[in-house]
Design a protein around this ligand. Structure first.
Ligand code: ATP
Ligand code: SF4
Ligand code: MG
Length: 320
């Protein structure tokens, strides 16, 4: 498996009253060809920020302070917008959490799919129609002919998310970034969409970066996983390694919070406290104020991400 994307020592932040405020701190990971990597963590940990950094879609007040994003022979953080536009959708595409924010309500599905094809190739109207019908069938949309004429609001949430996936896959990208693609959907539809992503990933051999706060979803879809907390990677490894033995107290806490499938009572034991604010980061370990294992060193000195093996890394002074 060759490396397709490498995020290296990325730090991202914003400036407030002339002062730099970090949001992502030294984030590094690789995505191999044909692999699905999950990024998990509570709200505000920097998952979307990581995705937007890769896509070059950070809002104006946010900037990359240091680090690189290497895709094939290109360094994406320094790529001119025109080149980045060419890459987006064709080589790297993204599915957002809420399809209504990325589908235009005033154009039909057919029009929006056609735009994607026009942007990335030189196809005739007939070819575009043919390709649109094919991709809608691939994402298992029934009556694709009718759906081409439909407006986004005429479709159900699950159907809209399928359309988003179709648009993301239209040009057979090498990388698909899915940012919480199923959060807004009910459980049955969620399961169908996950199956679909799994199937398409295998069929197209696409590499997928799967962002979610749901560990069950990670277990079902991913090969490797990255756990983020307060803008840092705090644990990484294969899904089997981490589920078998979470080494970071935060990961362990997340696992205890996840509702157990199959148990009569779905226990929901949340980790006490909240993710620290970006302009009020603890000096030592960022998780220390919430950690049941914290000792003096944890409050004084920030732990580093220790590589335990090729796949495994843990940022903690007292690994479990
Ligand atoms: N435009 C912005 N300006 C300033 N800070 C921002 C901006 N967007 C996000 N942040 C901050 O960056 C941090 C990371 O946000 P991000 O959206 O990446 O979190 P997330 O892990 O995706 O959370 P969620 O699960 O809620 O989507 C948060 O503390 C957030 O408040
Ligand atoms: S370094 Fe200390 S506070 Fe941080 S997670 Fe490990 S034990 Fe907890
Ligand atoms: Mg997010």
């Amino acid at each position: 498996m060759g490396v397709l994307l490498e995020v290296k020592n990325i730090s991202v932040g914003t400036r407030r009253n002339g002062e730099f405020i970090g949001i992502l701190e030294n984030v590094s990971f690789k995505l191999n060809k044909g692999e699905t990597v999950g990024i998990v963590g509570e709200s505000g940990c920097g998952k979307s920020m990581t995705a937007l950094t890769i896509m070059g879609l950070l809002s104006k007040n946010i900037f990359v302070e240091s680090g690189t994003v290497n895709y094939e022979d290109k360094e994406l953080t320094k790529l001119p917008t025109t080149e980045l536009n060419r890459l987006r959708g064709k080589e790297i595409s993204m599915i957002f959490q809420e399809p209504m924010t990325s589908l235009n309500p005033s154009f039909t599905i057919g029009n929006q799919l056609a735009e994607v094809y026009k942007h990335h190739g030189n196809f005739s109207a007939k070819e575009i129609r043919q390709k649109s019908l094919e991709i809608l069938s691939k994402v298992k949309i029934s009556d694709p002919e009718d759906k081409l004429k439909a407006y986004p609001h005429q479709l159900s949430g699950g159907m809209r998310q399928r359309v988003m996936i179709a648009m993301a896959l239209a040009c057979s990208p090498k990388i698909m970034i899915a940012d919480e693609p199923t959060t807004a959907l009910d459980v049955t539809v969620q399961a169908q969409i996950l199956d679909l992503i799994n199937e398409l990933q295998a069929g197209f051999n696409t590499s997928v970066l799967f962002i979610t706060h749901d560990l069950g979803v990670v277990a079902e879809t991913c090969h490797r996983m990255i756990v983020m907390y307060a803008g840092q990677i705090i644990e990484e490894g294969t899904v089997a390694e981490i589920f078998d033995h979470p080494s970071h107290p935060y990961t362990s806490g997340l696992m205890l919070s996840a509702p157990r499938l199959g148990s009569a009572i779905k226990r929901l034991k949340t980790i006490k406290g909240v993710v620290p604010d970006i302009d009020n980061m603890p000096t030592g370990c960022r998780f220390a104020p919430r950690c049941p294992y914290a000792t003096d060193i944890c409050f004084e000195k920030a732990p580093f991400l220790e590589k335990m093996s090729e796949t495994r890394g843990v940022r903690c002074w007292h690994k479990l």
